[in-house]
Write a protein that binds this ligand. Structure first.
Ligand SMILES: [Zn+2]
Ligand SMILES: [Zn+2]
Length: 266
């Protein structure tokens, strides 16, 4: 059963129109697809939905139009720093894209230069940055309980090519594992996010493997998402991901189908 619930379109920072995405999902044989436009924030709207009501209306019209071919859901990707009204949406994807230091919102996933500025705000100490990031994101997860937690360890985005601040440091892993343990005490679904692979930035998904072992040990719920910004990348690395998860010991995934998050065999 193929599905994806982390999908961006031209209504925020994606490259394809919503209908093109739906047609691509149908062509790929998806059972369901969920859109997760970026919810607006007061501090940075450069990549966000400009018209949330228009977005909801557009996706609902597609839901109606293609109801015989595919299940379509209206989700939203909220940033941890700004909560929105979740009522109009089928599900809430909660993610953390910034770190606020001394009143400045530093972007974590918009280029290594911006991430470097964030690191500078922590006196060049990657562990201090990681501690602050996981602390605020985990507090958000515990309090907000989003349906799906987006790209848990986003700060490692550039580790394969441009930064060497986290993954080579055993203390970083201890810290991230500690916070993952805390986050898994909440009844939320964690995504295995293949978006970095589609963008050619990474060869592995988020979260990093040791964090997936914790998810497995804690019997946490996992959903497979592509964080797709283009109609052609909706299922990027999905077959590899299934094998990857099986090798770690997962037997099930979750998907949204018939309006419920349900367990399906891997
Ligand atoms: Zn995101
Ligand atoms: Zn996203």
């Amino acid at each position: 059963m193929l599905s994806n619930f982390h999908t961006h379109t031209i209504l925020c920072d994606g490259k394809s129109a919503p209908e093109e995405v739906v047609l691509s999902a149908i062509e790929k044989g998806f059972s369901s697809i969920g859109f997760s436009g970026h919810a607006p924030t007061d501090f940075d709207d450069s990549y966000c939905l400009k018209d949330v009501n228009g977005y909801i209306a557009t996706i609902k019209a597609l839901k109606e139009k293609y109801q015989k071919e595919i299940e379509i859901y209206v989700g939203i990707e909220e940033d941890a720093y700004q909560r929105i009204d979740r009522a109009p949406f089928d599900y809430l994807l909660g993610s953390s894209h910034y770190l606020k230091v001394n009143g400045v919102y530093h972007q974590l996933d918009c280029g290594v230069d911006k991430l470097q500025k964030c690191l500078d705000a922590f006196g060049g100490n990657p562990l201090a940055l990681a501690e602050a990031y996981y602390q605020q994101f985990t507090a958000y997860i515990k309090d907000r309980k989003p349906d799906i937690v987006g790209h848990f360890d986003l700060i490692t985005k550039y580790e394969e090519s441009q930064t060497d601040w986290f993954l080579s440091n055993p203390d970083y892993h201890k810290l991230a594992e500690n916070y993952m343990n805390i986050a898994t005490d909440c009844d939320v679904i964690f995504e295995l996010n293949t978006g970095g692979i589609a963008r050619g930035i990474r060869t592995t998904p988020y979260p990093f493997e040791n964090l997936l072992h914790i998810l497995k040990k804690k019997d946490a719920k996992i959903i497979l998402n592509s964080d797709s910004h283009h109609k052609d990348t909706l299922d990027c690395w999905f077959s590899e991901a299934k094998k990857y998860l099986k090798d770690i010991g997962f037997q099930y995934l979750y998907t949204l189908y018939h309006h419920e998050f349900q367990k399906i065999s891997l």
